[in-house]
Design a protein around this ligand. Sequence first.
Ligand code: MG
Length: 199
Amino acid sequence: MSLAGQDAAASQVIQLCLDRKIKVLAFDFDLTIVDIHTQGAWMGSADTLALHIQPWAKVLMYEILQRSDVCMCVVTFSSQPLLIRNVLRKCYPDSLAKINKIAVCANTGLQCVPYFTNSDDTKGKNCHLGLALDHIHSNDNMNVAPKNVILLDDDANNVRTAMSQGYRGCIVTEHFTLQKLLAQLKKIPTAVPPEKPLK
Ligand SMILES: [Mg+2]
């Protein structure tokens, strides 16, 4: 698909999200944003890792960073949040102010223990998502509930676990595209309009 087509697909993704009251796109990192698994032990540079950003993720994150009605965060089991932020900085040098502010919730040993979040569910990515929501509440002054967040993750267990707590979810499969994401989003019902009172 052409670059212009990709851009159009990315803005369509955001529109479908907004129609479904989804305001936060939470990205897993390994095998979701990038096409490899770093095992949280990447020894190379952020520049080299940035070359592995998947085309669909690159276009979608670019679209999010241009807008103020949606935001993104990263929720990952990786223990290298600084590396991840640096990869995003390399990829989007014109959006440094936003990149510096987004929540990158990782397994650093300091994060993702229950008392750091209001969430009482710590399975899968739920603790990470709870932390990200706390961050978004305090930094962006955005009022978001789990139903306003979609987790994009290649691990089906993480997606299922998040969905059991009211988050939206999409499994990032091999050879993923924005078209596949659009198809997943269309399966989520839009907000039901209030019923008209009976006459
Ligand atoms: Mg992953």
